[in-house]
Design a binder for this molecule. Structure first.
Ligand SMILES: Nc1nc2c(ncn2[C@@H]2O[C@H](COP(=O)(O)OP(=O)(O)OP(=O)(O)O)[C@@H](O)[C@H]2O)c(=O)[nH]1
Ligand SMILES: [Mg+2]
Ligand SMILES: [Zn+2]
Length: 290
């Protein structure tokens, strides 16, 4: 098929902004026939398009999606940065563990970033938290969008594809993007400041952060429920718990006597908060097929 290939980097009033591989952007139009077959285009869609008027293009084809998040609406997501702050406002560990579990269930790579470390008088709680998530198998970064400490190291983590920044409103997603990618400054502020006191992000937008790598600034990652038909999926989503060889092969590690996981929690080898969230999600997200 003719046309050029591009990536949908933004969507406003249902019109995609398409970026071609040479960096040129076009405001795209989806004709009725294509809209009937693919429905909506999403940020993250790979499309084939044909330029029409200067700066404008018509979408010819939308490539099949690897995956698709609903809230925020982004397609073809490769990984998730779960942002967490210990202060201003203090984050909720349950939401952090839910985000990481959802990443696993959706087959996304995941890393943790502890934000606003400039506000910590004592760094030890942040270091302790870092150790917990590293033991669980995640890369963990300590960053500040104010002093820029840790930002360069975080950026150099060599990743490909589309990565979403997730975390509660106010955790510092947009600030981290602005700190890491100064070229994102003007536009992201423009988008989020119109007529509002708070700078809450309202639209999804992709920013290049490496060769073939994109960061998505999204409004708060609100989809925090999930359903599994097999409880083993929940166990697998807590890698440090799944790694323990229990004496019973079919142990759920709840209250079974002699369970090695419970022993590891008691001995401080598994974080009790993570363990509690595992038990909770085993209940909350399990939906037996009828
Ligand atoms: N001291 C300090 N303040 C920060 C840091 N990062 C963000 N902030 C502040 O925290 C507030 C919220 O930051 P945002 O970047 O808008 O948060 P967000 O996650 O994008 O929030 P939503 O768009 O509402 O989801 C702003 O007032 C920032 O200035 C940081 O590293 N250090
Ligand atoms: Mg924001
Ligand atoms: Zn067990």
């Amino acid at each position: 098929m003719s046309g050029q290939e591009g990536l949908v980097v933004a969507l406003e009033a249902n019109r995609p902004t398409i970026q071609a591989s040479d960096g040129t952007t076009y405001l795209g139009l989806l004709r009725g026939k294509l809209r009937q077959t693919v429905g909506q285009v999403l940020v993250g869609d790979r499309v084939r398009f044909a330029p029409t008027d200067p700066g404008e293009a018509v979408v010819l084809e939308v490539a099949p999606r690897r995956n698709q998040l609903v809230r925020p609406p982004v397609a073809n997501v490769e990984g998730m940065f779960a942002l967490f702050s210990l202060v201003s406002p203090r984050g909720n560990r349950e939401l952090l563990d839910k985000r990481l579990a959802i990443a696993h269930l959706m087959d996304l790579a995941a890393e943790v970033a502890i934000t606003k470390v400039d506000l910590l008088e004592d760094p030890s709680p942040a270091l302790a938290l870092k150790a917990v998530y590293e033991r669980a198998g995640y890369r963990v970064w300590l960053v500040s969008a104010v002093t820029l400490s840790g930002v360069q190291a975080w950026l150099e983590g060599s990743r490909r594809g589309i990565w979403v920044l997730t975390g509660e409103s106010g955790v510092g997603k947009s600030s981290l993007i602005r700190a890491a990618l100064p070229e994102a400054t003007v536009e992201s502020q423009g988008l989020s400041r119109i007529g509002r006191g708070r700078q809450t992000t309202r639209t999804v937008r992709l920013w290049p952060f490496g060769p073939e790598a994109w960061l998505a600034d999204t409004p708060g990652f609100t989809q925090l429920s999930y359903q599994v038909a097999d409880r083993r999926q929940i166990l697998a989503a807590f890698p440090e718990i799944a790694a323990v060889r229990c004496r019973y092969s079919d142990c759920w590690h709840l209250r079974e006597p002699g369970c090695e996981v419970q022993a590891a929690v008691a001995a401080g080898q598994i974080d009790p908060v993570r363990y509690r969230h595992y038990c909770q999600l085993l209940d909350e997200w399990y939906q037996p097929r009828r």
